[in-house]
Ligand binder design. Structure first.
Ligand SMILES: Cc1cc2nc3c(=O)[nH]c(=O)nc-3n(C[C@H](O)[C@H](O)[C@H](O)COP(=O)(O)OP(=O)(O)OC[C@H]3O[C@@H](n4cnc5c(N)ncnc54)[C@H](O)[C@@H]3O)c2cc1C
Length: 508
């Protein structure tokens, strides 16, 4: 007897969607197809166990880890982001992008605020207001800080290792990006032969696995959206975009929630037992200061990497026939505060190989950076300027920033080491290395740094604001940046650790 379609509970052919899954749901403004959203009105009626403010590296890592730790619980997790759903992935994963479009896209004042333009002392500072924050545009370089650099921290390197491992796993950190390339091998061999024994492949946050068995690996370069996907696959959470936190609420010494505003200037209060600020190095201290949260160190100890840039050239003849690309790093052999990194050839087009017809070049160009480590100074700080309130009612920031005498000595050593590393590779500098203006490297940290002493740090070793229970910070601002390594991997590792602490506290 033929089986009628009405009585057939599931299609026999597994490749045909079931009738229920075929139902078409009309998309609304808050229902994008690729990520579930929650209306802010609903969030304002919910009492959250954890509310995260900001969706960059730190915020998204906390979201994923809390989702994992609270997978089977009924705990409510919410996350708000001041910007829109700009891109569903890192910008470099889009085949329609090239370097020129990429730069122009992220220069758009609709979503990128060059706050540093008001700051002659720190000209390069910017905020990308969008789901994913600056991870939509970052350069993916992901080294660890080395053990010696944790001496000034309230956490040991030994303890950090497990969080670094988790962060590296989640961010697909690999040193294989240039594996097998003869340029890479030749340059590393020359560096080591010249006594720079620790020269090695640069760790990049890139998923190099091929797509197979229906597992898609087209999302090569990591952004916060990877953490959102991982969290979503574990359990539901509430997310609202275009929602700006403008005040943290405290009740009897503990976090009670945040006040937020939407672009149409409607205000809401979201209640939460735990609030995690992940709005970045500029916006997190701004929120804390505006909310009147006490703490001598909030906004202080701003640090970045003094960073040199140089272009070097070499003829193709010296490398093997299948030349490939290079991405390497060269730690200073005696001074752990200095690091050279380099990529090439054709550094401007480095990440854009897929759809470009590349000319055959006889002379190859490489870009090198040399990052140093700053001495943190109380005086390097951000502060609110009264009377400059923005449309959300929060005063704008100003920054005070100078390199100290010790920093100038480090910068001098950086010039020497960069020249030495380039010469060791048998390459020629196109012109003298130059020091980038502060902020150009986007690595600023420290404005809510971790520590033991409330006089010299904003948070404790778990990212909790000293003296206030339930209020945490998980973004670049907690990082003490005590070495020349790029900050994001460390930020993510610390954010995971903070999430573990929060979930552990909730259980006890
Ligand atoms: C061009 C470029 C290249 C880079 N290259 C590297 C690199 O190679 N290696 C590396 O380690 N780092 C790199 N970085 C730095 C890296 O992007 C940052 O370290 C990292 O993204 C910081 O994460 P975060 O969570 O601190 O903040 P962000 O990514 O800045 O995220 C903060 C989020 O909070 C939101 N927000 C702010 N205020 C509010 C509010 N009041 N309410 C709600 N939401 C709010 C913002 O819109 C944003 O989405 C690069 C950055 C740029 C721009």
């Amino acid at each position: 007897m033929p089986i009628s379609r009405q009585t057939d509970p599931e299609p026999l052919n597994p490749f045909i969607l079931s009738p229920t899954r075929r139902q078409w749901v009309p998309p609304g403004p808050l229902q994008p197809e690729w990520l579930p959203m929650t209306p802010i009105e609903k969030m304002a009626q919910t009492d959250y166990d954890a509310l995260i403010v900001g969706s960059g590296a730190g915020g998204s890592a906390v979201l994923w880890r809390l989702s994992e730790q609270w997978a089977a619980s009924g705990k409510r997790i919410g996350i708000i982001e001041s910007g829109p759903l700009l891109l569903p992935t890192h910008g470099r994963n889009l085949p329609t992008m090239d370097q020129e479009r990429f730069v122009r896209f992220f220069d758009n004042p609709l979503h990128t605020e060059y706050i540093g333009k008001q700051w002659p002392e720190y000209p390069g500072a910017k905020i990308i207001r969008a789901l994913g924050g600056r991870t939509l545009q970052w350069n993916l370089v992901s080294p660890r800080l080395s053990p010696v650099q944790f001496k000034s921290w309230p956490i040991s390197y030994r303890e950090m290792v497990r969080y670094y491992l988790l962060a590296e796993e989640m961010m697909s950190v690999t040193t294989d990006y240039a594996k097998g390339s003869s340029i890479q091998q030749t340059l590393l061999k020359r560096l080591r032969a010249q006594g720079l024994a620790d020269a090695q492949a640069l760790p990049l946050s890139a998923d190099l696995q091929a797509s197979q068995f229906g597992i898609i690996h087209s999302n090569v370069f990591t952004s916060s959206i990877n953490f959102f996907a991982a969290a979503l696959n574990i359990r539901p959470f509430d997310l609202a975009v275009h929602v700006r936190a403008n005040q943290v609420l405290i009740d009897k010494g503990r976090a009670a929630g945040v006040k937020v505003m939407t672009p149409d200037r409607k205000s809401y209060t979201i209640a939460a037992k735990t609030v995690i600020l992940s709005a970045g190095t500029w916006e997190t201290p701004r929120l804390l200061l505006h909310s009147g949260i006490p703490g001598k160190a909030i906004g202080h100890y701003l640090v970045n990497h003094p960073k040199l840039i140089a272009i070097a050239r070499g003829s193709r003849d010296q490398f093997g026939e299948v030349s490939g690309v290079a991405s390497l790093m060269v730690p200073h052999p005696e001074n752990s505060r200095i690091l050279v990194t380099g990529i090439g050839p054709d550094p401007e087009q480095y990440y854009w190989y897929a759809y470009e017809e590349k000319p055959y070049l006889n002379e190859l160009r490489f870009r090198f950076y040399c990052q140093g480590t700053m001495e943190p100074q109380f005086d390097n700080h951000v502060y609110l300027v009264p009377g400059t309130e923005d449309e959300y009612g929060v005063p704008r920031l100003q920054v005070k920033f100078t390199y100290g005498n010790e920093d100038r000595v480090t910068i001098g050593k950086q010039f020497k080491f960069l020249e030495k590393a380039v010469a060791s590779m048998g390459l020629e500098l196109e012109s003298a290395p130059r020091l980038l203006p502060p902020g150009e490297d986007n690595h600023e940290c420290g404005t809510c740094r971790m520590g033991v002493d409330p006089d010299t740090s904003a948070t404790d070793a778990f990212g909790r604001i000293h003296g206030i229970s339930g209020l945490f910070v998980a973004d670049n601002s907690v990082v003490r940046l005590s070495g020349p390594a790029h900050p994001t991997l460390t930020t993510v590792a610390l954010a995971i650790r903070t999430a573990d602490y929060i979930s552990g506290q909730a259980q006890s």
